[in-house]
Ligand binder design. Structure first.
Ligand SMILES: *Cc1c(COP(=O)(O)O)cnc(C)c1O
Length: 394
């Protein structure tokens, strides 16, 4: 059988397995000491004051929106070039969602479009309450400018950094919340480090941290200092708001603690592979890699290329040729608002033309830290060969 290369995959080694087995043999399977250890380790790595772990990044986005008091009267803006969770979190809170088109060089939210849209929204008195910015493929958005605009217009910022743990922006770690209120990470197996399913929210704001924890655990607190009613005894706890059970468990946290030890190794290997790919694709007619602006260290969750094809059939042809060679590719992403559900709630084709054009011409090729240099050579040579072939016939 030919070797198969998915577009991304996890690495689980014996130290990860030992950590999970230890957790399974311990006194706590959930709500034990490994959760707070995992949270403290993330805070230390990304330079945030607080970190709250949850059972997914989707859950973390949901509680982040709740903690920022989003409700039926609120509006959220995000990037259409993302996973649906970046937008769904607003709708969970009854808020309205809208989209800001992308910069096709990076796949991140376009600053010019954002500025224009803010100016119009101010004039129409419908500015957003929260901006969910997405660090596409692991490369940070231009946070300094986004933060300046958000301050000017009194908008809160959530960074959806599901792709970007281990990355940095002008010397600040993604997750440090230097330019945002809350940052979200995902630990789904295809992301940089995994807890099988899992996510977290980092912040420097204690009140936001506490609210997110509360919303993620039934709205229940056992902290006497927080009680609204009189404490009736050592057994006492109280529910203060309508929360959910969105907790991570200790077995997942054990895996996360072990995986985090390899975060640096993973991101530097991803960067090495990206360099090998970029060297191969340099000057190619048929392939344009994404840009990473100066001062940004990408964690390269994805390696995305742009193809010059005008028709979808050519990309489908390329994907099937590559599949025959063992190279599995994927499209990240169809613009969120073109999904049937979002069309049903009122969005139409043509709304964000750059995102739509990007979605038609992008392809994520295999990128994960256990690829050898030989694998990377094989993948880039094969992708280039077939992209040239398809282009020459187009
Ligand atoms: C993966 C992903 C999510 C959701 O992460 P889960 O942990 O699977 O809930 C959210 N946003 C983006 C941009 C993602 O890539």
């Amino acid at each position: 059988m030919r070797k198969l290369y998915p577009y991304g995959r996890q690495e689980i080694d014996s130290s990860d397995i030992d950590a999970v087995v230890d957790a399974l043999r311990s006194d706590y399977l959930t709500q034990g000491p490994r959760i707070s250890e995992f949270e403290a380790n993330i805070s230390k790595i990304v330079d945030s004051k607080y970190c709250a772990a949850f059972n997914s990044a989707t859950s973390a986005l949901h509680v982040a929106c709740l903690a920022l008091n989003l409700n039926n009267n609120s509006t959220v803006w995000t990037s259409p070039l993302s996973f649906v969770a970046s937008a769904n979190c607003a709708l969970y809170c009854g808020s309205s969602i809208d989209f800001v088109d992308i910069d096709p060089r990076t796949g991140n939210m376009c600053i010019t479009k954002l500025k224009e849209k803010l100016r119009r929204a101010e004039a129409d008195d419908n500015l957003p309450d929260v901006l969910v910015v997405v660090h596409y493929a692991g490369t940070s958005c231009d946070m300094e400018i986004i933060h300046k605009l958000a301050t000017q217009y009194h908008i809160k910022i959530i960074e959806d950094a599901s792709h970007a743990i281990g990355g940095s922006y002008h010397g600040r770690k993604v997750g440090s919340c230097s330019y945002s209120d809350i940052t979200i990470f995902s630990f789904h197996p295809v992301k940089i480090v995994t807890t099988c399913e899992g996510g977290c929210a980092t912040t420097n704001n204690k009140a936001l941290y506490k609210q997110m924890k509360l919303y993620g655990s039934h709205g229940i607190t056992k902290d006497e200092a927080e009680f609204l009613d009189e404490c009736e005894g050592p057994w006492y706890y109280e529910q203060q708001l309508l929360g959910f059970n969105l907790r991570m468990n200790d077995v997942q946290a054990a895996l996360g603690i072990s995986q985090l030890k390899k975060l640096k190794k993973y991101t530097s290997r991803r960067n090495e592979i990206a360099k090998l790919y970029a060297a191969k694709f340099n000057g190619a007619q048929s392939i344009t890699p994404l840009s990473v602006m100066p001062g940004i260290y990408s964690s390269y969750h994805l390696y995305v290329i742009r193809l010059p094809f005008q028709a979808e059939e050519e990309r489908i042809k390329l994907m099937s040729l590559l599949k025959q060679e063992g190279i599995l590719t994927q499209v990240h992403y169809r613009p969120i608002y073109l999904n049937p559900f979002y069309r049903y709630i009122g969005f139409n084709q043509g709304y964000c033309p750059q995102s739509e054009a990007f979605a038609k011409s992008c392809l994520s090729i295999p990128m994960f830290p256990t690829l050898s240099n030989q694998d990377a050579d094989y993948i880039s040579d094969t992708v280039l060969k077939y992209a040239d072939l398809v282009l020459s016939r187009a």
